[in-house]
Design a protein around this ligand. Structure first.
Ligand SMILES: Cc1ncc(COP(=O)(O)O)c(C=O)c1O
Length: 424
């Protein structure tokens, strides 16, 4: 048992609690780190316990904190998943989380849990290519229609024109992948509540504001603090942080929403395995120091790129100034710019590819948020499946390069970028 009282725990920071929260060593021979619970099923002390746990898992009776529910079967619950979920919820300041085998599993399960045939979504473009295909191809097959608006300062006004009695969600990537556009989440939430007040007894509105916070968080932005009903992650990125694990998370505050996500995860089977959850828990311990070092490097790299004659434009939150329309949103939603930089090179695909092919320290690979720096070409890689219209809305053009900055020595990164730009 932790020696901390609930009120003492409540005043501690996530980076402190990331080292101990949600795990009692005395349930595991005094082990300081949680063991990996590689078991598919759990013994019930008596048959009546099994009956009760299943009833709770089916949502019967009052909503119940999941660690009180009783362990059943690792598709439904497992200690490693729960420890990770408890700790990631602390970072977000949210009531609870469910972990998934990938970011796409978190997004797909959440959207299936919250939408019915005939529902409509408003999506701020660009979104990650997989999410774009999920919405255009898969959800469309189930009768869920999406309207896309460009992310950014005009998104709320454009979204308002598209709200109908069928609107069920507003989906935002914050910042948007890959162009780092910011949409005002609080304004979207106000809009949602204005057009569809939350039903009595619900903490989530009828129009849900769903935010994929993969690119920023959870260290530098917590969207629920400004109104998001559901926060989603590819935990493959900053949370995992080492390019060695694929995972996802969905978080919410509303019990009914959490129950729906848990139920759909159990039915669709998109939970992570215990070892994946263990790796993600391990990575949470260093999340803050990794993210802060990556951000420090990114600020220097962005400044270097911004003055380079072969670079037309740099999209980096740290370069926003009060003259930029999204600056106020940045100040409201972020405590730092993070470490994702996109830039438009002078030329097109040929010049972008030449730059990428000449990199020696920065690795040519998709993904982001890891300890090593990565460079990619969204238009032909992560976002190649976007419809031409969505590419246009999302400013995903052939001259765009995305960088995810890691923890290498920043002088080495700048040297590498400089020599690759010189070679084109
Ligand atoms: C913003 C964003 N959301 C979701 C995903 C999907 O995550 P995963 O690859 O873990 O399924 C990605 C992947 O790159 C992403 O960049």
């Amino acid at each position: 048992m932790s020696k901390l009282t609930d009120s003492e725990s409540a005043r501690l920071h996530p980076e402190t609690l990331a080292l101990s929260h949600g795990f009692d060593p005395w349930l595991s021979e005094g082990a300081i780190k949680p063991p990996v619970f590689l078991t598919s099923t759990f013994a019930f002390k008596q048959a009546a316990d099994g009956k009760q746990f299943f009833a709770w898992a089916h949502g019967e009776g009052a909503p119940r904190p999941k660690h009180e529910m009783g362990l059943i079967y690792s598709r439904i619950n497992n200690p490693n998943l729960e420890i990770f979920e408890d700790r990631v919820a602390l970072w977000e300041g949210m009531k609870d989380a469910y972990s998934f085998a990938s970011g796409m599993a978190a997004i797909a399960t959440t959207l299936l849990a919250t939408h019915n045939p005939g529902d409509e979504m408003i999506v701020c473009a660009p979104v990650y290519g997989g999410t774009d295909s999920l919405i255009h191809v898969f959800l469309a097959r189930f009768g869920i229609k999406a309207h896309f608006v460009p992310a950014g300062i005009d998104a709320p006004a454009l979204a308002e024109k598209l709200i109908t009695p069928h609107t069920r969600s507003i989906f935002i990537e914050s910042p948007a992948n890959p162009n780092n556009r910011l949409t005002d989440i609080a304004r979207m939430k106000a809009l949602a509540l204005h057009h569809a007040p939350a039903p009595a007894g619900s903490s989530a509105g009828r129009i849900l504001v769903i935010v994929d916070n993969t690119m920023a968080g959870p260290v530098f932005a917590q969207p629920a603090r400004v109104g998001a009903d559901v926060v989603l992650y590819s935990a493959t990125k900053f949370i995992g942080g080492h390019s060695d694990v694929v995972g996802g998370v969905a978080l919410a505050n509303d019990d009914a929403l959490l129950g729906a996500i848990a139920h759909h995860r159990a039915m669709l089977g998109g939970m992570p395995n215990p070892y994946t959850a263990w790796l993600l828990t391990r990575s949470l311990e260093t999340l803050k120091i990794r993210a802060e070092e990556q951000q420090r490097n990114a600020v220097r790299v962005a400044a270097f790129l911004a003055q380079h004659p072969k670079v037309r434009k740099v999209c980096f939150l740290g370069l926003l100034t009060p003259a930029d329309p999204e600056f106020a949103t940045y100040q409201k939603q972020h405590t730092g710019p993070g470490s994702l930089i996109s830039f438009y090179i002078r030329g097109g695909e040929k010049e972008a590819f030449a730059f990428l092919d000449h990199l020696k320290v920065v690795r040519l690979a998709v993904s982001l948020g890891s300890t090593e720096s990565l460079a990619s070409h969204p238009s032909s890689m992560t976002h190649s499946g976007l419809t031409p219209a969505d590419k246009l809305l999302g400013e995903v053009t052939d001259d765009l390069v995305r960088l995810s900055i890691g923890i290498e020595h920043v002088d080495d990164l700048i040297w590498d970028l400089d020599q690759a730009l010189a070679a084109i």
